[in-house]
Design a protein around this ligand. Sequence first.
Ligand code: FE2
Length: 511
Amino acid sequence: MLYCLVSVCGWSQTVLHSTKKAIANILGKVPDLDLLPMTTNTIPTTAVNPYLDGNFAPVREEITADTLQVIGQLPPELSGMFVRNGPNPQWPPIGKYHWFDGDGMLHGVQISNGKASYRNRYVQTAGWKIEHEAGKAIWSGLLEPPQIDNHHGTYKNVANTALTWHGGQLLALWEGGAPHAIQVPELKTTGEHTYNGKLVSAFTAHPKVDPVTGEMMFFGYSFTPPYLQYSVVSATGELLRTVPIDLPIGVMMHDFAISENYTIFMDLPLTFRPGRMQKGEPLMMFERDRPSRFGIVPRYGDNSNIRWFESPACYVFHTLNAYEEGDEVVLVACRMNSTNVLVTEHTEIDSQGDIPYLHQWRFNLKTGSVREEKLDDVAAEFPRVNENFLGRQTRYGYAGKMANSIVPLFEGVIKYDLSSGQSQTHEFGRGRYGGEAVFAPRPDATAEDEGWLITFVYDEGSATSELIVVNAQDVTGEPVARVLIPQRVPYGFHGAWVTEEQLNWGLGIRN
Ligand SMILES: [Fe+2]
């Protein structure tokens, strides 16, 4: 289960490289890959690194394919583009390879009038271009020492983690650096998006867009002060403000949440202590004797009016949603007792600790009390909601059902009925594994779950990929459509549904 955690997060650029040696110690069992064949689209059979093998292996070609074969029927109302990000190393790695190291590649399926087309494109970051011209890797990865003598820069923004649509454009995200603007439907990289130079922090891979106001909230974290910076972007894409939020010590913070009036930060005890390194210990460790702290701040608040709540130590990579109810702010997220993301000789391994289950926390703003509750006993991650209701109480949530595997595989998608505590699961089928399921709402929907769950699924038996479209109101039924992709789509990270209106908006801005 170790790798499931590694899979669901990205790393701060600074954090990432400061922890390289520690991680190398931990994952030193990952073998050297110098001899790994990485020059074909086929699935390597001799590779030993699980993240360069099977359907984790990169694809070599960028293709465009129109009028794909569809099994079933794409709903005529479903019009837009599903895009998913993930690591796809351009060149054989220097030294050891970690899944997070791969250059971001976008896989997009555009759907219109019951037809589908596919294209995959690298996110052409500055580092990608330098390595493309060089014809080889210039930067080593997470498991190798930092290249402080690399005259191109010590680090590479790989832009490989997630996507969000905001301010009329699609952004490819990586929590260690600036977002990259992406043209749709071409999936062409425009360049780094720094909000006219106003971006002064790293940028989480999981910003939150308020569906009512259109504002986007994001944060950046660091292991040196300021440990946390919080920003709000206007609906039109103007970075309005960035404020520091005090933390006692730097922590790895992958996600956060918003409600209608508040922003919720998670100060969880996966800490960075540079002093540990002087003792030969890792910079980053999970401190079991340290509480979890949840900070609730008004959307336009700052460090002066943030309220902190404590609960037992845990780790959360991803939140499903948050909302307000009476005096309480409710957070729903996938919680683990601890994280083995850095398993070292200094870490007491909790074999069950890193299995994520859906939980909720109720923070009472009046009394200061916290109530934590486990909502389900099936391991699940990559939670999503209908984002038209983000920050508001939703009846439904969705998450990937984790397979029992040492590498992160999802064998189905769970639909939670948060009002009844019941759930239903769409199983992908034997030997078939999918990714994060993104909810695409039906235009003019009147019900929260009126729409479709969309994800890529890979069939290990036939070594083929497809995009499945599941009716969210009938998740146990067969997919309404299976779009056969003429190229393997490697397992990856997070996706987004870009509506037809957004596609047209983006085109309008360019024209
Ligand atoms: Fe993530």
